[in-house]
Design a protein around this ligand. Structure first.
Ligand code: UD1
Length: 379
């Protein structure tokens, strides 16, 4: 097997890290090593959206960087395809491995499948059933052309079987993102981010309750009325506890464009005063430290719904659906939607209640990447 692993955007990095570790562990112990290289498409290129994660997670420097950058969906996808096709023609891999649901995932999967290279999809089968989400299109299409589909939760296998994917292509292995969380949880306790932001005295392990907000979905941030409603609602909630908001570059642009910057603060205010503390996007360890000690997390991210479930931190999802239903049935996630009253009601009832009833979903045990590599080694 000659394998090309692919990353492109921020949520890919924490998924690929344990797979590379498990491949290297396998190669150190086996007489049948799996040759592998790492390609970065360059979809995310900022230091804070990419480089920091390589450092925090110890991911080796990519062997090839396509340097694609931002653009419209068609431009970005097409440029990745043209450049990745050359890589495949030069490197002649037998298999490629893609993770998640970003444009880099579908672009590389499409190139490989047309060249007769086997496609391995990690985090297959998740469905929001909302085709207005670019990620949903990427998921459905990637799964349709993948040869090996590794899934994180049972719902994914039901979705894939309904779409006609043969059961023998589907492997329930657990969640590589949680492998990374489990590995780095202790190290993240050493982060000084809470002290730096004034959320806790540097030495204190007991910050007062605060909320972490993340927003980046086009459906939330590209529409001025939706973005205004969400920010005004969170601003109102922030009278109860300060809100820390690491702002995604796309969201920052939109906040400036729609003149909503007045709802954000640059420093913490006294308790009881409304405060949304806007900060730069954080690296993996600092962000994990932030959400681990939070009283509540409000987000439109998919991965954060999973991370809060394992951490037992209440999560209010600012969307009308989730492709990760196990975070609701087993975890701490509540789907609140984007309406003011619904968000406030969900946030009020969830805030501060570390959910002891939440269960860790099956196989989210830190060993998903090992399972994936043992399947790959047996091919
Ligand atoms: C992408 C993924 C989304 C994922 C998210 C995590 C797709 C379709 N979407 O969305 O699934 O949850 O990443 O962040 O693949 N930008 C920068 N610096 C960067 C990257 C982006 O400034 O390093 C800005 C650019 O102006 C760009 C905008 O953010 O136009 C959006 O970036 P893009 O990669 O197109 O999509 P995301 O919204 O980040």
């Amino acid at each position: 097997m000659k394998l090309v692993n692919i990353v492109g955007a921020r949520p890919n990095f924490m998924k690929i890290a344990p797979i590379i570790d498990a491949l290297n562990a396998h190669n150190g112990a086996s007489r049948n090593p799996i040759e592998h290289i790492l390609v970065h498409t360059g979809q995310h290129y900022d230091e804070k959206m990419s480089k920091l994660f390589f450092e925090d997670l110890g991911i080796p420097k990519p062997d090839i960087d396509l340097g694609v950058g931002s653009g419209t969906h068609a431009m970005q996808t097409a440029e990745i395809m043209v450049k990745f096709e050359k890589v495949c023609l030069d490197a002649r891999p037998t298999h490629i491995l893609v993770v998640g649901d970003v444009n880099s995932t579908i672009a590389c999967a499409l190139v490989a499948s047309k060249l007769g290279i086997k496609v391995i999809h990690v985090e297959a089968g998740l469905r929001s059933f909302d085709r207005t989400m670019p990620e949903e299109i990427n998921r459905v299409l990637t799964d349709a052309i993948s040869d090996y589909l590794f899934i994180t939760e049972k719902s994914a296998s039901e979705n894939l079987l309904k779409e006609g994917v043969p059961a023998e292509k589907v492997y329930f292995v657990g969640n590589v993102m949680i492998d990374t969380l489990i590995k780095h949880r202790e190290k993240s306790l050493g982060s000084s981010i809470l002290g730096k932001l004034g959320l806790a005295a540097v030495q204190s392990k007991k910050p007062s309750p605060y909320c972490v907000l993340t927003l980046h979905r086009p459906s939330n941030v590209d529409d001025p009325e939706t973005l205004r409603t969400i920010l005004e609602t969170v601003h109102e909630f922030s009278a109860k506890m300060p809100v820390v908001f690491p702002v995604h570059p796309r969201t920052r642009k939109m906040i400036e464009k729609y003149g909503l910057g007045g709802l954000l603060d640059q420093g913490l205010k006294a308790l009881g005063t409304r405060c949304i503390l806007a900060i730069e996007p954080q690296g993996y360890l600092d962000f994990l430290a932030l959400i681990s000690s939070a009283g509540i997390v409000m987000t439109d991210s998919g991965g954060i719904q999973e991370e809060t479930t394992v951490l037992g931190v209440p999560c209010v999802t600012l969307r009308n659906n989730t492709e990760r239903p196990v975070t609701v049935t087993d975890g701490t996630n509540v789907i609140a939607g984007m309406k003011k009253d619904d968000i406030l009601r969900s946030a009020d009832s969830a805030a501060g209640k570390k959910d002891r009833r939440a269960k860790t979903p099956p196989l989210w045990d830190g060993k998903a990447a090992e399972r994936i590599v043992s399947v790959l080694a047996s091919l």
